[in-house]
Design a protein around this ligand. Structure first.
Ligand SMILES: *Cc1c(COP(=O)(O)O)cnc(C)c1O
Length: 498
């Protein structure tokens, strides 16, 4: 196996092992870690299509985490992808109408974040051991709703690790909020902020880059890490299910080996779709990656114009996990499509920081050809839920519906008839109010929790274990702070004195 090392997208760090990169989360210069070369799938496709999820996970991840031994990595995989998931396939592909849906919500918190956050704690623990670190790790995480609960679930009671989650107090669904604020575990802390997801994410990044804070941490025997998709320990595990989806279509006889397909990805922080891009670069036969946005369509505009401009109104939508104006992982794509030009990436990021926008070179625009940007309005999202249920008897959540609507636009505009997989990122049970009222206005008089039972009755499906009785659980985490107070709040939680 070729050894893979990591470097910062902004050029300040290189020759970092994957264990170090996972521990650090973000590079010291504020950049994100990327592999110095994207490994290729050396196996033939026919040799991997019959593997189960865990076997395939090993094949893919071992190409990126080359400093982990075989037994270390296999232990991580075994610990993650087991009966925490409510189906044996872990990530099944379902057919509804002409489309395929890759269901990534069968994990413990009912959203796709579980695909990576079930394994990240194992990767991190192993990395601590490998680096012989004798400090306590503090995971700081900003969440648009789903990462928070998935990270809490994964890190609860893991020795030597504390986790602090910041969520936008008024920017998540009722079920999401309740999932987080009722979470038990002595090493877990949840804080609502008065602000949106971008504020939370920026606040966390600022803390990571605050040298005096880092020094204080060091003196108190702590070290920060991240559970956001800026961490390669989040990103790489997400590459696996694109291969796995392709394998399922082959096995079902829906496509021939080598046939190209499209993936449609509901996108926020650009993590999920970047994993798809890595899969394509590794050699998976992918035609287009349809980047689906909601009304916060900064990525749609970028794909079409080459200009990224966050100076716009932040819209709160019914797909809250995609309500983001600063898509962190786009920085990694910029690095790849500029031919690994760290100086340029650094300039673009500083322009984004200072002016709120940047434009890319024509040569880079050309490299965006793997992507197709499309977005869905709120009305189109609701119509999508209705249509798919009405036509195909298949219930999708609001985020998946954004992707469905985006796919329809792609299909209509291009006439591309290749098989397409819509990436289904959350269970409809997480967004019951928006989903049920899309089906019928009469549900307007009920709240999210009342609608959990009604959804189950209406569809004949079972209420997932993860949210049964959730409304009765006591709220444990009540801390709320301003976005400027995030640093002080962290110090209070860690009992650090200045
Ligand atoms: C996080 C999330 C997304 C967006 O994924 P990114 O990797 O941030 O682009 C989409 N849908 C759901 C349900 C999510 O939780």
């Amino acid at each position: 196996v070729e050894k893979v090392l990591y470097k910062s997208t902004r050029g300040g760090e290189s020759n970092v092992s994957s264990a170090q990169a996972i521990l650090k989360g973000i590079a010291e210069d504020g950049g994100l870690f990327v592999p110095d070369a994207i490994p290729l799938l050396s196996e033939k496709l026919e040799d991997i299509i019959n593997l189960d999820y865990k076997q395939l996970a090993y094949v893919i991840m071992s190409k990126f985490f080359t400093d982990f031994t075989e037994s270390e990595l296999k232990e991580c995989i075994e610990g993650a992808y087991n009966d925490k998931f409510d189906c044996e396939e872990i990530a099944p592909v379902k057919k509804a109408g002409k489309e395929f849906y890759l269901e990534l919500y069968h994990g413990p918190t009912l959203a796709f974040k579980d695909m990576a956050l079930t394994i990240l704690p194992y990767l991190l623990k192993t990395a601590v051991k490998k680096q012989k670190l004798d400090k306590e790790v503090v995971i700081l995480t900003a969440t648009s709703g789903d990462t928070g609960k998935a990270a809490l679930e994964g890190f609860t009671d893991v020795e030597g690790i504390k986790i602090i989650v910041f969520f936008p107090r008024d920017g998540v669904s009722e079920v999401q909020k309740k999932q987080m604020t009722t979470h038990t575990g002595s090493n877990t802390f949840v804080v609502g902020i008065r602000g949106n997801f971008d504020d939370a994410q920026n606040g966390v990044k600022e803390i990571f880059n605050d040298e005096s804070f880092l020094k204080l941490m060091e003196e108190n025997n702590y070290i920060f890490s991240s559970a956001n998709s800026i961490n390669i320990g989040r990103l790489i595990p997400q590459v696996v299910y694109y291969f796995y989806a392709y394998a399922q279509l082959c096995r079902a006889g829906e496509i021939c080996l080598g046939e190209k397909i499209n993936f449609v990805v509901p996108t926020g922080n650009f993590g999920n779709i970047l994993a798809a891009y890595l899969a394509k670069e590794m050699g998976l036969p992918i035609n287009k990656l349809v980047c689906a946005s909601n009304e916060n369509k900064v990525l749609f505009d970028f794909m079409n114009s080459g200009v990224y401009d966050r100076r716009r109104e932040f819209v709160t939508t019914i797909s809250p996990s995609m309500d983001i104006l600063i898509s962190s992982n786009l920085e990694r794509l910029l690095f790849f499509i500029s031919g690994n030009n760290a100086n340029l990436v650094k300039e673009l990021m500083s322009s984004l920081n200072q002016e709120g926008s940047y434009g890319i070179l024509d040569s880079m625009k050309n490299e965006l050809k793997d992507f197709y940007g499309a977005y869905s309005s709120e009305v189109e999202t609701k119509e999508g839920i209705y249509q798919v249920y009405d036509n195909d008897d298949y219930l999708i959540d609001t985020h998946t519906a954004v992707a469905y609507a985006a796919y329809n636009k792609y299909h209509d505009n291009t006439g591309d008839e290749l098989k397409s997989v819509i990436v289904s990122t959350a269970s409809p049970y997480k967004f019951t109010y928006s989903v049920m009222t899309s089906l019928d206005e009469k549900y307007k008089e009920f709240d999210d929790f009342e609608l959990i039972k009604k959804m189950s009755k209406f569809t004949g499906g079972k209420v997932p274990e993860a949210i049964k009785e959730i409304e009765k659980k006591p709220v444990i985490h009540k801390t709320v702070c301003d976005k400027e107070e995030m640093g002080t709040t962290v110090k209070k939680i860690l009992k650090i004195k200045e």
